[in-house]
Design a protein around this ligand. Structure first.
Ligand code: TXA
Ligand code: MG
Length: 337
């Protein structure tokens, strides 16, 4: 296994090695603007199987196929209506995945047997350069062991995948920090299956209608539109509680009452003076919370607390995606008032 440092600049000789590796069915971890991806040639079902193995991922949970440009979408999927076309035009490349009808050249293990496939065009330079120069459609889930927070920085990635893949490409911390918005057009309505950086409000503005899947905050079991929603995800080892209290004084008091010298607190600077084992500041804007949250969920465990208390946010705009991840990180141990 090789770790490549492309933080400053893409090394063209190494790029050649990476592309050859992908062509021959290897596994490569690469940065995107959302989170790191664990990729392989989407056309090679054996290579795709190795992604599921490396992640310990259930094989009924489909993968996203990454492409370099819109003009290549029709090679692997069918755009069947105008709304899909408009969404693609408005939000791709970027942190947006569209679920389309799958073509036969994408093997069925990529889509976990579904007749649809998630397509994403990353805007990150490293991801896009690999996709463009190799010409390979890359199937890639987030680079994390199944159930754990998604990988957004190289230390967390190396800790989980050292020796388990062929290449790890260091492109520094990912910009956004949360995975892409996953959207499927159902009955002519763009339906958000997983919220992300592209918000319901953004989609509303372009299409004039949008729906958020009921499942994003539910504990789900059995068949669902986006199978990823039914699995435990983003969870630290320690027990977590998520708290959203609108009135600041009440919020601070709640944390004061709950916190002990064995508690880690993850939240904004308004909680910084509360006595606890360790306070981890996730920042004071939704953008900085998104950027920091997965790393902090992992960091919290390194203090071996008996409880992690996490400050919630309002579920508007990017707040919806943040709360979707946090509620699941806490296994629905959540209070809101
Ligand atoms: O930002 C991202 O989307 C990252 C980067 C690497 O691109 N990828 C990512 O992949 O988050 P993953 O596998 O961790 O999450 C993919 C999500 C899962 O919830 C999965 O169930 C859903 O997309 N999904 C994939 N294909 C689908 C399909 N055909 N129908 C419905 N949901 C699908
Ligand atoms: Mg994931």
């Amino acid at each position: 296994m090789k770790i490549l440092n492309w933080k400053e600049k893409i090394n063209v000789h190494e790029l050649d090695e990476v592309n050859k590796c992908l062509k021959s069915g290897g596994l490569v971890i690469f940065p995107t603007e959302t989170v790191y991806g664990l990729g392989a040639d989407a056309r090679n079902s054996e290579a795709v199987n190795n992604i599921f193995k490396a992640k310990g991922r259930a094989n009924d949970n489909p993968l996203i196929v990454h492409l370099d440009s819109k003009s290549n979408i029709s090679k692997y999927a069918e755009i069947t209506n105008e709304i899909e076309e408009k969404l693609i035009d408005a939000f791709m490349p970027g942190p947006f995945t569209i679920i389309l009808k799958k073509k036969d050249n994408i093997p069925s293990n990529v889509s976990a047997g579904l007749d649809t496939v998630g397509i994403r065009i990353p805007s990150n330079e490293i991801a896009n350069t690999i996709l463009y120069t190799s010409g390979i459609p890359i199937a890639a889930p987030s680079a994390n062991v199944s159930g754990r927070p998604s990988g957004t920085n190289i230390d967390d990635i190396i800790q989980e995948f050292d020796g388990k893949v062929d290449y790890i490409i260091d492109g520094d911390n990912t910009d956004i920090g949360l995975e892409s918005t996953v959207v499927k057009v159902i009955d002519n309505t763009p339906t958000i299956l997983r919220p992300g950086f592209i918000t319901a409000e953004d989609i509303m503005e372009v299409i004039g209608t949008v729906k958020v899947s009921d499942n994003i905050f539910k504990k789900v079991d059995g068949p669902v539109e986006s199978p990823g929603m039914k699995y435990k995800h983003y969870a630290p080892e320690a027990k977590c509680e998520l708290i959203y209290i609108h009135i600041e004084n009440d919020l601070v008091n709640y944390f004061k009452e709950k916190s002990t010298n064995n508690t880690v607190i993850i939240g904004s600077s308004k909680l910084k003076d509360i006595p606890c084992k360790k306070f981890l500041n996730y920042g004071d804007s939704l953008i900085s919370i998104a950027h920091n949250i997965f790393k902090l969920l992992r960091l919290a465990d390194t203090y071996h607390p008996d409880l992690i208390l996490i400050e919630g946010v309002s579920k508007e705009g990017l707040g919806l995606a943040i709360m979707n991840r946090l509620i699941r990180a806490c296994s629905h141990n959540y209070i809101e008032r």
